[in-house]
Write a protein that binds this ligand. Structure first.
Ligand SMILES: Cc1ncc(C[n+]2csc(CCOP(=O)(O)OP(=O)(O)O)c2C)c(N)n1
Length: 335
């Protein structure tokens, strides 16, 4: 990974680092809070951060839409969602701006930052992204839509329908697959026969690329190409980022029963996206190790304050549970 050669500005490279580090430290905290009985559930994005951050910063984060999937904590932070708001969602508190505690943790959404709330059935966001992009195209609004999922979910029908519709109508969407080679416990041999998931793109009539997700710069550059195509009216692109899932699928299972831990430990020790980026920033003189330590401390202070705040925040009133659902007469209750 060569940072200077990339031509990216120092301020951007450091901003990317801060978000990446925040994602890692916040994720670690959420896992601990789950074990402490404070947070009901977490789906960790650890190991995906290089791909998420490299990808996010190639978008216009003030204008573009994001339809992330549950492992996309880094995407949420890059799109501007605060640590406190993530924490409120994970604690399931009334003040959670994502869903007012109606969604499970990691079922992201944030109206202010143009992140429509998602559905639990995997890959439903693929046609949703096409719909948003279609609306934007009709309204001549030059926004681009980010939409992601995992390798397992890319075998669902919605994935196909979304890509096909977006390609036919030349819609401004960047479709992303984070390929961590696991769908809960199922590996690629029982999921797909294609050599690469990006090879599917040709069948829809769009370009596809597979990129090492631990190389933040390569991911940024590939995403930027896709964003430029979208803006030029040339339609969607399919990007596959090769990543490693560091944890069990979620805090509710134990991956020791279904995967060999040795390659995982090897990846963590030698191919960690956060460590690789830190090494590059140090080697090329963008940050000193003292500055990195200070950044980590700043982030931990923010996480501590957010934890405290969300822990103290009130739960939603029980009668709130019925808002936005259909009543027996078929109308909206308290709509
Ligand atoms: C339609 C549907 N089928 C099954 C599930 C249960 N489920 C939730 S996550 C998941 C695994 C998806 O794996 P992948 O898309 O590879 O993403 P990863 O979790 O590996 O990042 C499954 C099977 C679901 N939510 N929706």
């Amino acid at each position: 990974m060569e940072l200077k050669k990339s031509g990216l500005e120092k301020t951007l490279l450091i901003k990317m680092y801060r978000t990446m580090k925040t994602s890692r430290l916040l994720d670690e905290r959420l896992n601990l809070l789950n074990r402490a009985g404070k947070v009901g559930f977490n789906i960790s994005g650890m190991g995906h951060e290089g791909a998420e951050i490299g990808c996010a910063y190639a978008f216009d984060l003030e204008r573009d839409y994001a339809l992330p999937y549950y492992r996309d904590l880094g995407i949420m932070l890059a799109w501007g969602v605060s640590v406190r708001d993530i924490m409120l969602g994970s604690f399931g508190k009334a003040e959670d701006p994502g869903s007012g505690s109606r969604q499970m943790p990691c079922h992201w959404g944030n109206k202010e930052h143009r992140i429509p709330t998602g559905s639990s059935p995997v890959s439903t966001q693929y046609p949703h992204a096409a719909g948003i992009a279609y609306g934007a195209k009709l309204a001549k609004d030059p926004l681009v839509v980010y939409c992601s999922t995992g390798d397992g979910a890319s075998n669902q029908g919605d994935f196909h329908e979304g890509l096909n519709f977006a390609a036919v109508h030349k819609l401004p969407v960047v479709y992303v697959i984070y390929n961590n080679r696991l769908a809960i416990s199922v590996g690629p041999e029982l999921q797909y026969a294609a050599a690469k998931l990006s090879d599917r793109a040709v069948g829809y009539g769009m370009p596809g690329e597979t990129i090492d997700g631990n190389d933040v710069i390569a991911v940024y550059q590939a995403t930027e190409r896709a964003v430029q195509r979208a803006k030029a009216g040339e339609g969607p692109t399919l990007l596959e980022f090769e990543v490693v899932r560091y944890t069990s699928h979620s805090t509710d299972d134990d991956d020791k029963v279904y995967r060999d831990q040795e390659p995982l430990e090897e990846a963590k020790a030698h191919r960690d996206p956060v460590a690789l980026y830190e090494q590059a920033l140090l080697a090329e003189g963008y940050l000193t190790s003292e500055e990195m330590t200070a950044i980590s401390k700043e982030i931990k202070d923010v996480i501590n304050a957010a934890t405290e705040y969300a822990d103290q925040a009130p739960m939603a009133a029980p009668e709130e549970a019925l808002r936005y659902v259909y009543d027996e007469q078929g109308g909206l209750t308290n709509g």
